[in-house]
Design a binder for this molecule. Structure first.
Ligand code: ACO
Length: 326
């Protein structure tokens, strides 16, 4: 069976930086509260004319450039996002057109903060089945338009961005070793956007009740996230006969520093093994893992042969891990 190997990474964040001190000016909050509870210093905010597909396209172009490929080499484009340009069609179709990929199938995956890991799994399985040779997998969000800027419990946590990888079918030992995905819809209302799907379509009353924005019960999410992130990391290690100390770089969903530290501790990882950039971008949902991966890759934190793990948790609930040999 062919391995699905990452041969290019790319990312893109909006230029505008919003610091905790900027938030102090518009909300009843403080830098100290935010940094202590979340580890977040600042986040990026998309410009008014900047859409999810714009960030996704730029991240994809950078990943293609690193891989030495162009859009016409890509057969399959998957975007993990919950903040696509439109409810439909898929943001992946906009990217397909932007990068000039006439051969590519294109669709979005809705798995909230686990979107990239779910999207990656879909593309990896296509490559392993021999159906395609090259895929582009993207996580992209403009979440700052889906959060309630009057709700200090949530709006301080999130930011915008995108990350992308190019996958190629290759022989040999390097590439994705396994993927492990899970879900539990019983927890839906702990983290969700009540409107405007078919259940609560767009109405003036709905807008007044602010049902178009993300809602979250932070304490409950925290507990389930830490448990699920650690369980699915162990699942990946056991499936491949590895121990926590074998991991060279652990790239978790960048929800907030406390969740990452608690999960890493449960798994038995040292600080050096864990990549963290939540301090600069906040929680970028489906974009967070590929954004962190691209930073780590370009900073030389990953070398050929390294054992790398992605670990995600998000609304749904959904969660999953990916173990790969770089
Ligand atoms: N500034 C100042 N005070 C605040 C703020 C704020 N931005 N937000 C809440 N508070 C107040 C609350 O009103 C509350 O005040 P009260 O005691 O007078 O009622 C107090 O701070 C404590 O609130 P808690 O919700 O108990 O604070 P907690 O320690 O749980 O931290 C947080 C909240 C950071 C949201 C935490 O629950 C958390 O990290 N949860 C995980 C959620 C998460 O990361 N979700 C992202 C999506 S899921 C994912 O990506 C994995």
């Amino acid at each position: 069976m062919k391995k699905a190997r990452i041969i290019g990474t790319g990312s893109c964040v909006p230029e505008k930086v919003m610091t905790n001190y900027d938030l102090e000016k518009i909300l009843d909050t403080s830098h100290d509260w935010i940094i202590t509870r979340t580890g977040i210093n600042e986040r990026r905010i998309a410009a008014e004319d900047e859409q999810t597909s714009d960030l996704a396209t730029r991240a994809a172009e950078r990943a293609l450039e690193m891989a030495g490929l162009s859009g016409s080499d890509i057969e399959y484009i998957v975007v993990g996002t919950i903040t696509g340009d439109y409810p439909w069609p898929a943001t992946a179709c906009i990217v397909q057109n932007n990068i000039g990929a006439p051969k590519a199938a294109a669709f979005d995956v809705s798995a909230a903060c686990s979107g990239f890991v779910y999207a990656l799994d879909a593309a990896v399985k296509q490559i392993q089945a021999g159906a395609i040779k090259r895929a582009l997998v993207i996580g992209a969000e403009v979440l700052t338009r889906a959060i309630d800027w009057q709700d200090r419990n949530t709006c301080v946590l999130f930011g915008d961005g995108a990350g992308a990888v190019v996958l190629e079918a290759q022989d040999g030992e390097n590439g994705v070793l396994s993927t492990h995905l899970h879900s539990d819809g019983a927890y839906l209302e702990l983290l969700y956007q009540p409107g405007f799907g078919t259940r609560h379509p767009a109405t003036t009353q709905g807008l007044a009740e602010r049902i178009q924005f993300l809602r979250m019960q932070g304490n409950e999410v925290f507990k389930v996230a830490v448990r699920s992130l650690s369980e699915v990391a162990f699942e990946a290690l056991e499936a491949n006969g590895f121990k926590p100390e074998d991991i060279d770089l652990f790239i978790p969903h960048q929800a907030n520093r406390r969740i990452l530290e608690a999960a890493a501790k449960r798994i038995g990882l040292t600080e050096e093994q864990v990549f963290v950039n939540v301090d600069r971008y906040g929680n970028t949902s489906g974009a967070s893992i590929p954004l962190a991966l691209d930073e780590a890759n370009r900073a030389g934190r990953i070398k050929e042969g390294d054992l790398v793990m992605f670990d995600a948790f998000g609304g749904g609930f959904t969660w999953g891990s990916v173990l790969l040999r770089w």
